[in-house]
Write a protein that binds this ligand. Sequence first.
Ligand SMILES: Nc1nc2c(ncn2[C@@H]2O[C@H](COP(=O)(O)OP(=O)(O)OP(=O)(O)O)[C@@H](O)[C@H]2O)c(=O)[nH]1
Ligand SMILES: [Mg+2]
Length: 218
Amino acid sequence: MERVTVEKKILNENDRIAASLRDRFHEQGTLVVNCISSPGSGKTLLLERTLERLPQSMRAAVLTGDIQTDNDARRLARYGFPVQQITTAGACHLDARMIEKALANWPSPELDLLIIENVGNLVCPTSYDLGEECKIVILSVTEGEDKPLKYPGAFHRSRLMVLNKIDLLPYVPFDVAQARANAAAINPAIEIIETSALSGAGIDAWMHWLLARVRARA
Ligand SMILES: Nc1nc2c(ncn2[C@@H]2O[C@H](COP(=O)(O)OP(=O)(O)OP(=O)(O)O)[C@@H](O)[C@H]2O)c(=O)[nH]1
Ligand SMILES: [Mg+2]
């Protein structure tokens, strides 16, 4: 009983900070997306493909969360946009305070687009509002089409599901229609884009989706 109370308090504190971040992002016209997936679904590779296609004039930045290492920040830093690694030292998710702290160190905080790559985990990040405009869940075809049903929170709270690694469809038993139906059963409004961050298939559709939302914010 006591444990439940403490967790509730932490979440309330998180929600308070997230609300103030959201106000700030609204004022500054910054689109913030919070990318969630299990480890290795291809978040960082998808973001690499994204950064290499963003207009250099766009004020974009990435915060990437991991339990350990700055591997992802080093991969993402090659595209000319500011990137910060947040290492959570054991925590399985980012929280709003971590975002607030990272932004306090930012040389140029006024952004058109802030992409957050959450810690690879399909459960914990779902409960933490980071002040984002929307969550995006990435599911790869190697994970099984039942994942929306088994981990409904991430799919219920996301505006978009990116179905990644479609280049592997000839080699793995994965039923795309069933995966789409499972995601829609959890969240009838969810949008779905199929991609291969490796081959580049579907990346145009993803960029179109993202840039339309950046423009809507400007
Ligand atoms: N075949 C194939 N491999 C991919 C694709 N996207 C990513 N990968 C590979 O999958 C592995 C994991 O990709 P990452 O981008 O590191 O995945 P991640 O979700 O960022 O992983 P974490 O940050 O550790 O949770 C790497 O070996 C990528 O090259 C894809 O579309 N197709
Ligand atoms: Mg990554």
